[in-house]
Design a protein around this ligand. Structure first.
Ligand SMILES: C[S@@+](CC[C@H](N)C(=O)[O-])C[C@H]1O[C@@H](n2cnc3c(N)ncnc32)[C@H](O)[C@@H]1O
Length: 241
């Protein structure tokens, strides 16, 4: 089940049980929201939610209480929503947030792109990978990004650097993959099954799919490169048959 839906169920149940407990004990309702937050945390653990959902579930109602107390004008929330949409795109659909490849990943990826090769960054973010690989004169570097502001930052970054790398705005699932020697993705576990199906359909024989951090469920990688960074991340490599 979608974690956001589980989160909603947890909020409602924790709220109900907190209210029931206070009613039973005859305690003042002022204790409702700390109890609700504690209940949401416990239910997240019991429901075996990923750890970062523990934090989201536990802090949801306290954040609402805080927001009500701050009494900010409603347009500020609308502005924050629009900004988040511009930066992250339809994250509710893609379930891929924005985080950037680090130096270790960039160096390892650089070594994987052959001379005269063509590489595509699926979900190019702010152009970190494109700017790095774009310094190489012997390869073609391209990327696709769906979030408007993120794409614009990547585009400006490449223009200001005078980079020959290209980034276009669009949906990664619609990017044709047949022409690339290396396709790089740093997405999320949720995106991997569909990406693998697309790679198998479209990528040419001998080309390389590289995923930063996230494996394809049930498809062991042909090679794993440890990045030895603070996250203990790896690059997973699949050579297309
Ligand atoms: C984790 S970031 C990686 C950014 C960059 N590739 C890097 O390694 O630094 C993933 C990016 O993919 C973008 N993205 C997610 N789903 C997408 C989709 N369906 N089509 C295009 N871009 C997408 C996100 O907006 C985000 O910028």
């Amino acid at each position: 089940m979608n974690p956001a839906l589980i989160g909603l169920l947890i909020q409602v149940n924790a709220g109900f049980f907190a209210w029931l407990l206070l009613w039973y004990l005859g305690s003042p309702l002022i204790w409702w929201w700390p109890l609700q937050a504690l209940g949401a945390l416990l239910l997240s653990v019991v429901a075996r939610q990923p750890r970062w959902w523990w934090l989201i579930n536990a802090s949801f109602v306290p954040a609402v209480v805080l927001a009500l107390r701050l009494d900010w004008p409603p347009w500020l929330y609308l502005l924050a929503f629009v900004f988040a949409w511009l930066l992250f795109g339809r994250i509710d659909r893609s379930r891929v947030p924005l985080y950037l490849s680090n130096r270790a990943a960039l160096r390892a990826l650089d070594n994987l792109v052959p001379e005269q090769g063509k590489v595509l960054d699926l979900g190019a973010g702010t152009g970190t990978v494109l700017a790095w690989l774009g310094r190489r004169a012997d390869i073609q570097v391209e990327g696709v990004e769906h979030a408007w502001l993120t794409w614009l930052i990547a585009r400006l970054r490449l223009v200001l650097k005078g980079s020959k790398a290209k980034v276009w705005r669009g949906e990664l699932m619609q990017a044709p993959l047949a022409d690339y020697d290396v396709v790089y993705a740093f997405l999320s576990p949720a995106a991997m099954p569909a990406l693998w199906a697309k790679a198998k359909r479209e990528m040419s024989s001998g080309s390389l799919l590289v995923s930063n951090t996230f494996e394809v469920p049930g498809v062991p990688a042909d090679k794993v490169i440890e990045l030895n960074d603070w996250k203990g991340a790896s690059l997973y490599l699949w050579r297309m048959p």
